[in-house]
Design a protein around this ligand. Structure first.
Ligand SMILES: C[C@@H]1N[C@@H](c2nc3ccccc3[nH]2)[C@H](O)[C@@H]1O
Length: 450
């Protein structure tokens, strides 16, 4: 082990109630909303090919022109309660909301910046409205905060000169002030989701960031901070120089999902995902591959089956309304979740090998196992491989508990589950009540001698 002053301060999962609850969320919502929603990925009739929330960095729009969008920000259709109710019916149990993205525009009236909602025609505190509305719906709030701040004169990508160093010291003070301000203004927030922390300037601030994380945790006991916030003194991010995760959960799964349990190294994690291939802020062009509700449900089940949460991104329009395509997805996902949430909420890795029909999830603290089925074979019989010494005492459809399924044992620990209905148009869940096999039960199936 390398002796580290600013590496991970804890190894393994947090065991407190706040993190236990976080671990069981299953499904969350991300919301990217800010000035970038006004241009929506295009300017002067030209399409910006990057992610819409990055448009300020495009040479198709001068920085000053982008920054003057503040005078156009007056989202008359913004209704935080409507957003929260849509998230509730979708079945999201937490929301991550952009307080400040890379452009530096603050969705709260920060005392430390002129570039905030307070200076826009809208004037009001959007972060407060979101926190209060989602809290009222029983959805926990995580505040997204980008350390990288393109509009701040003291932001530097790297520290090259004495002047850079003096400026960046001011920037560090500004960043700390804003974070303490967010935690003080919005005490209901359960965590902070840091972004924009990969540049050399910030990676060099191991001691400062470590002390700041300690200060924030002291100010807000139980606060949840992911692995993207800080680097150790050797510049190692997410995992320190000893390979130990920094922060409370792994925050590297952005638009990607692990395929096997070994990839998550026994840590908590969540995956944040866009509906288009790579658009977080509102983009007028709704093109390229747009994920369907069933694709997003499969991603949700896959994340939960590997012990993580799935966080789906919404990009409200410049006027504050959520686009119809996203509302439709929320409704379809919610319809499915209403029937099958038992296999998602407070579930995790079952410890069984992955199989073709879909994903196993297991209710935390119980033997209850769920099969979330996406692929029914042409035979209509699901081939089920169970671990040795694990028997199936009962199997039935979650959506209709009366519909029992009799496993036909076809080999040791291998069964066919014959389905009554073969033409399922939606993913469905089979509940498996399992138990330990009688130790001395001789298997009637003999392994071939080869
Ligand atoms: C959660 C996501 N993280 C931001 C981001 N910035 C990036 C810079 C380089 C590569 C990928 C990035 N994703 C995206 O704008 C979005 O906020």
């Amino acid at each position: 082990k390398i002796l580290l002053a600013h590496g991970a301060h804890r190894e393994g999962k947090r065991t407190d109630a706040v993190m236990e609850k976080w671990r069981g969320y299953g499904l969350g919502q991300f919301i990217h909303w800010g000035l970038y929603a006004i241009p929506g990925g295009e300017w002067n009739g030209k399409q910006y090919n990057g992610a819409a929330e990055w448009i300020r960095s495009w040479n198709g729009i001068p920085n000053a022109t982008y920054d003057s969008l503040i005078y156009k920000f007056n989202p008359t259709a913004f209704d935080a309660t409507a957003w929260a109710k849509s998230a509730k019916q979708m079945g999201a149990r937490y929301v991550t909301f952009t307080t400040k993205h890379h452009d530096g525009f603050c969705m709260w009236p920060s005392k430390y910046s002129k570039y905030t909602v307070a200076a826009s025609p809208y004037k009001k505190d959007i972060v407060k409205a979101v926190v209060d509305a989602y809290d009222k719906e029983g959805i926990d709030v995580i505040l997204y905060f980008s350390v990288m701040d393109w509009s701040h004169p003291d932001w530097r990508y790297e520290i090259k000169t004495k002047e850079d160093s003096v400026a960046f010291e001011r920037f560090k003070k500004f960043t700390r002030n804003q974070l303490i301000e967010l935690l003080t203004n919005y005490p209901k927030a359960k965590g902070l989701w840091f972004d924009g922390t990969w540049d050399k300037s910030w990676v060099k601030q191991a001691a400062f960031a470590d002390d700041l994380e300690t200060e924030m945790r002291k100010l807000r006991p139980g606060l949840i901070i992911g692995s993207r916030f800080r680097a150790d003194e050797n510049g190692k991010r997410h995992f320190d120089s000893n390979g130990v995760l920094m922060g409370d959960y792994e925050q590297g799964w952005e638009r990607k999902i692990p395929n096997k349990i070994e990839e998550v190294h026994g840590n908590d994690w969540d995956c944040v995902m866009t509906v288009p291939e790579n658009q977080w802020g509102y983009n007028k062009a709704w093109n390229g591959h747009i994920k369907s509700a069933n694709e997003l449900l499969e991603m949700t089940a896959k994340c939960v089956s590997l012990g993580g949460n799935f966080v789906l991104n919404f990009g409200p329009q410049g006027d504050g309304a959520i686009r119809q395509e996203e509302l439709n997805l929320a409704t379809k996902i919610g319809d499915w979740m209403k029937l099958n949430q038992e296999a998602i909420y407070n579930c995790g890795y079952a410890g069984y090998e992955k199989q073709d029909w879909g994903y196993f999830t297991k209710k935390t603290g119980s033997d209850q196992v769920y099969m979330v089925v996406f692929n029914v074979p042409v035979s209509g019989a699901l081939r089920l491989k169970m671990p040795a010494k694990t028997k199936i005492s009962k199997a039935y459809m979650l959506a209709d508990r009366e519909e029992k399924i009799l496993p036909e044992e076809i080999n040791s620990n291998e069964y066919f589950l014959k389905l009554k209905k073969k033409d399922h148009q939606e993913p469905f869940v089979i509940v498996l009540e399992t138990g330990k096999n009688a130790e001395n039960k001789e298997s009637i199936y003999e392994k071939a001698k080869t």
